[in-house]
Design a protein around this ligand. Structure first.
Ligand code: MN
Length: 235
């Protein structure tokens, strides 16, 4: 029994559904790519010149995971809670220092994701050279739709778009990613032993903005699926 081993019940295994399967996809880690669309990098005041830039990442705890369709509380200690609609790559095979040409073999499938952000806290941390955790790694901030199995195939294009209360806010094409899916996997695998259950949020296009209590976000990625989120009252 649990109480013979642990003082209290250990955290659950976080997981998301897989389209067409009864088994769920158990989550290991959540990785996020920063600044991976030119127009978004520019709107954040940090334009990217790929020739002189490197991929960079941040992480969130798996406990921040929320399934599409949920209602989340407006989070504490922010006045600027923002959406970031993203393509999510689900890793299904372990890999370390994989080449770009082999990177696709790690791909289990894809999902739609929302990287919800306390933008005021993120930017304050950025300006002071501090970690982004308070702005990014907040409870209920990683929203994921059902994973669509892809069996190693790489997405090169497809519309990514989202609305708030039915009004268009972000719209882009996956062909606009500065670093491609296979470039991201190869690069990230230099730093981490990628494992089944890792999710990689691949970055957001331009048009990020705030939401308030009562708002409903709806988004889609062509060929992957749809995602939604309702913003509830603050606690
Ligand atoms: Mn993001």
């Amino acid at each position: 029994m649990t109480h013979d081993t642990y003082l209290w019940s250990p955290p659950p295994v976080y997981s998301v559904p897989v389209r067409g399967k009864s088994e769920r996809f158990p989550i290991r880690r959540l990785f996020f790519v920063g600044r991976n669309y030119h127009a978004h990098a520019a709107e954040m005041g940090r334009p990217v010149d790929k020739a002189n830039a490197q991929l960079f990442y941040f992480t969130k705890s798996p406990s921040t995971l929320v399934e599409s369709g949920a209602t989340v509380a407006y989070p504490p200690e922010t006045r600027n809670y923002q959406y970031e609609m993203e393509l999510v790559v689900a890793i299904g095979t372990a890999g370390f220092r994989v080449s770009e040409s082999e990177a696709n073999k790690l791909i289990y499938g894809y999902a739609c994701g929302l990287d919800m952000t306390r933008r005021d806290l993120q930017l304050a941390a950025r300006e002071q050279g501090r970690p982004w955790d308070l702005g990014k790694d907040l409870e209920e901030s990683s929203i994921v739709s059902a994973i669509v199995p892809a069996n190693g195939s790489v997405l090169h294009h497809g519309e990514l778009a989202m609305t708030v209360n039915g009004e268009p806010r972000q719209k882009a094409d996956l062909s606009q990613l500065i670093w491609s899916i296979t470039e991201i996997i190869a690069d990230l695998s230099k730093f981490y032993h990628l494992q089944p259950g890792d999710l990689i949020f691949t970055g957001t296009p331009e048009g990020v903005g705030p939401v308030v209590t009562g708002d409903r976000i709806e988004g889609h990625v062509e060929g992957v699926g749809e995602i939604s989120l309702n913003i509830g009252p603050a606690e």
